[in-house]
Ligand binder design. Structure first.
Ligand code: NAD
Ligand code: ZN
Length: 391
């Protein structure tokens, strides 16, 4: 089959690779009909996440048709149209039982590798680094879905591929970010990053009771989309004093909660080598323009900062003093697909969370390198690219 593979820092290519096969009783094989690129893929292709290997198949946000099932799968039938969560949960460990699916103890075959870096291992993730299992991703004609009873969800009628694909990851992430803010009526929530994740976090915050959401970015088309579709007030950080504007909107206090939806290395380019990049990154993030730092400094005393942007290593210049003296609550994490995907599908089917507008570009897998280039550089109004591997 054809698959879009990582070929080294900022290089992707379409390769012919072996078709996936059922390896365990709980596996399903899904024929992919749509697979979105995500900001997380930019961290991966840019070499910001250690333990990527040449030939790794990218993609973790996808919808498709079940074509084969292992003998242990109970809830799915071949021919069904499913959307699959990007994190893999076993459904049986303490973490899965308590709703913390992305922290599952049993789905990362390379747990030792991530324990060395992070002390403990999170769950496996499709199309990501070998730190989270090195599972083949969905930018391919077919994908193996392990623990399919706990990861694949039937698509409600009426949601087309280019809209429902975001139920895998972007909608659950935005919803989780907003939920982490423990929103009370009347709250103002500020969101750094007007990518799909930031826009969906803003939309979710309004649905969860925020009076006002403010989205911060530098791309006018993304900011306009956040106003039109997510109901956000927007700030362009190139031309606005963000801290001052946020205070003005909040009677001088600052937002009740701040969401960071940017992640690492968003603005750097041109370095080579994973570890050099990681070192550069530490310096980069100590810069005053870093979104994590700005969110912490902007947040009102006693407020919450939810960081859902992806980071792999240490972040220098982290203002722990401000966190302590302002009495802030910090929250973070990889979204729990199995907990939030059903909520996402329900809200999307009811029209509460529009997502179709996020797909500004759709193309066959063969055009993968062009798609990544558009998304990385945010050119041609690109908000998200969705690949259609079946053409
Ligand atoms: P994206 O690349 O489309 O959007 C990121 C946006 O951040 C861009 O519009 C960029 O201009 C903006 N930005 C860069 N620097 C900024 C700054 N200093 N202040 C404000 N905005 C700034 O990415 P996306 O798909 O929306 O994903 C956003 C982040 O969420 C990524 O880090 C991604 O890895 C992460 N993510 C996390 C999870 C999770 O489970 N926690 C899931 C999906 C994605
Ligand atoms: Zn588990």
């Amino acid at each position: 089959m054809k698959a879009l593979c990582w070929e080294g820092v900022n290089k992707v290519a379409v390769r012919t690779v072996p078709d996936p096969r059922i390896e365990n009783a709980g596996d399903a094989i899904v024929r992919v009909t749509a697979s979105s690129v995500c900001g997380s893929d930019l961290h991966l292709i840019g070499g910001y996440v250690p333990a990527m290997r040449e030939g790794d198949i990218l993609g973790h946000e996808f919808v498709g048709e079940v074509v084969e099932l292992g003998p242990g799968v109970r809830t799915l039938r071949t021919g069904e149209r499913v959307v699959v969560g990007s994190t893999i949960g076993c459904g049986g460990c303490w973490y899965c039982d308590t709703g913390r699916w992305s922290l599952c103890d049993n789905t990362n075959p390379n747990a030792e590798l991530s324990e060395r870096l992070w002390g403990q291992s999170p769950a496996g993730v499709f199309g990501s680094s070998h730190l989270t299992g090195g599972f083949a991703g969905s930018h391919a004609e077919y994908v193996r879905v392990p623990f399919a009873d706990h990861g694949a969800y039937r698509v409600p009628l009426g949601l087309d591929d280019d809209a429902v694909v975001y139920a895998s990851d972007a909608v659950p992430t935005g919803w989780m970010a907003a939920e982490m803010c423990d929103i009370s009526d009347g709250d103002v929530v500020a969101v750094w990053g007007a990518g799909a994740v930031g826009q969906l976090a803003a939309r979710s915050a309004l649905l969860l009771g925020a009076e006002r959401v403010v989205v911060i970015d530098r791309y006018p088309d993304r900011l306009a989309a956040a106003r039109d579709n997510a109901g956000a007030h927007t700030l362009d950080y190139r031309t606005t004093d963000v801290q001052g504007a946020l205070r003005e909107l909040t009677a001088g206090r600052g937002p009740d909660a701040c969401i960071e939806a940017v992640g690492m290395g968003a603005d750097s380019d041109g370095l080579t080598g994973v570890y050099d990049r990681a070192r550069h990154l530490m310096r980069l993030r100590s810069d005053r323009s870093g979104a994590v730092r700005e969110a912490i400094l902007a947040c009102r005393k006693g407020g919450t900062v939810a960081m859902v942007g992806v980071f792999a290593g240490a972040v220098d210049g982290f203002p722990l003093g401000a966190v302590m003296h302002k009495g802030l609550t910090l929250r973070s994490g990889q979204q729990h697909s199995q907990r939030y995907l059903p909520v996402a599908l329900d809200r999307m089917a009811r029209g509460d969370i529009p997502t179709g507008y996020l797909t500004t570009h759709r193309m066959p897998l063969d055009e993968g390198p062009r798609g990544y280039d558009l998304f990385k550089h945010k050119t041609d109004g690109c908000l998200r690219v969705v690949f259609h591997p079946q053409g």
